[in-house]
Ligand binder design. Structure first.
Ligand code: PMP
Length: 387
């Protein structure tokens, strides 16, 4: 089998596993135990990882809060800000192509807490306009949340420009950078980001561990916790720290940083090879997302006259996602593609390729060949397609 679903999750890098193992077997202390070496050793592992993650974001270690993943980080950012800054206002701005963990959190705040939510449109490439952000701001706005890179189409938003608008207006800026961290350079200072979500399992680290960057200096961001308890993570996220996962997260981030210059070029070349081979052999194949401002390892294509689901069924040895599979059993077309203005037919015909660290050129060539075969076969059977 070939794994090309690296936006969903990634294989844990063996070098990451290696650094985690001692924290299961020998260094199993509670990082909050202050009275003995077991605790100190665990704490040391956690603090090193915190430093590694902070460095990758150009942040300070004290600004990193560990969570169970980006879903929780997004929940904490939105709910934590809304709760803490109630007196200042009750309006937040998000983009309409955010991940469900942002969209649904906003929806909950809207329906259960009476918060006003502006859903920003995107252009035909899936990009948010900083001018739209500016125009949506009112004197009641407490938070802007726009993702760095989209998980379906890979489009990269002009985050630094949005950060500038936020700073100018004195409004907090949260960025879900889950798909961008480790893949493209991220700098919370240069990008004017006050809160940033990320997760380990998209960058060859373990599942179940994520982080929220929470700015401490100029301005210091305050958050109401959504989990109460022992006051871990400066009171923002109680619960015993998942030391082995945290250590793995730190290693994963560091490896990505070291390998990014070479890795991103290699993956982009594989992506381009896949795209060129497919689009040269087949007509009526359309690129979803931005042609240049996109993640190096993402490719999202619509194959006219073919159902994405049938395509995947016809090539089960390759792990891919279709634009209608994401949103569960209902087979609704992707809301992201809808927001771009892609019609229902083409949205149903879309396939997302997520290329990763462990993919080879042979796998890419095999995938292109199988795509071409399968699309050709399905089109031959389609009454709508005329050869
Ligand atoms: N945001 C984005 C953009 C994502 O792609 C994902 C994962 N699909 C998440 C948030 C949620 O991350 P996690 O699985 O760590 O909760």
């Amino acid at each position: 089998p070939i794994y090309l679903d690296n936006h969903a999750t990634t294989k844990v890098d063996p070098r990451v596993v290696e650094t985690m193992l001692p924290y299961f077997t020998e260094k199993y202390g509670n990082a909050a135990s202050r009275n003995h070496a077991f605790g100190w050793v665990a704490e040391e592992g956690v603090e090193q990882a915190r430093q590694q993650i902070a460095e990758a974001l150009n942040a300070d270690a004290k600004e990193i809060v560990f969570t169970s993943g980006a879903t929780e980080s997004n929940n904490l950012a939105l709910k934590g800000v809304v709760e803490m800054y109630r007196e200042k206002g009750d309006h937040i701005i998000i983009s309409s192509t955010e991940h469900r963990s942002v969209l649904d959190t906003a929806k909950t705040l809207e329906t259960k807490r009476g918060v006003k939510v502006t859903y920003l449109p995107v252009d035909k490439y899936g990009m948010v306009s900083p001018d739209d952000v500016r125009a949506a701001i009112t004197d009641k706005t407490v938070l802007i949340s726009v993702m760095l890179a989209n998980n379906e189409i890979g489009t990269i938003n002009p985050v630094a420009d949005i950060g500038k608008v936020a700073k100018e207006k004195g409004i907090l800026f949260h960025c879900d950078a889950t798909q961008g961290v480790g893949k493209i350079p991220v700098d919370v200072q240069a990008m004017g980001i006050d809160l940033l979500s990320c997760t380990a399992h998209k960058i060859y680290g373990p599942k179940g561990i994520g982080a929220l960057y929470v700015r401490k200096k100029g301005p210091r961001v305050r958050l109401a916790p959504i989990i109460d308890g022992g006051g871990h993570e400066r009171g923002m996220r109680s619960g015993t720290l998942a030391v082995p996962l945290i250590v793995g997260f730190g290693t994963a981030v560091t490896l990505c940083r070291q390998e990014m210059p070479v890795e991103s070029v290699r993956l982009a070349a594989l992506r381009d090879r896949l795209q060129t081979t497919i689009t040269t052999a087949l007509e009526e194949v359309y690129l979803n997302g931005h042609p240049t401002q996109r993640l190096p390892h993402n490719l999202n294509l619509s194959f006219a006259y073919v159902e994405g689901e049938s395509l995947l069924m016809g090539m089960k040895e390759i792990a891919l996602s279709s634009g209608s599979a994401c949103t569960s059993a209902t087979l609704e077309p992707s809301y992201v593609l809808k927001a771009l203005g892609v019609g229902a037919e083409l949205a149903h015909s879309s396939i997302r390729f997520g290329i990763g660290r462990f993919n080879t050129e042979e796998e890419i060539d095999y995938t292109a060949k199988r795509m071409i075969e399968t699309v050709t076969k399905l089109r031959e059977m389609s009454p709508l397609y005329e050869m």
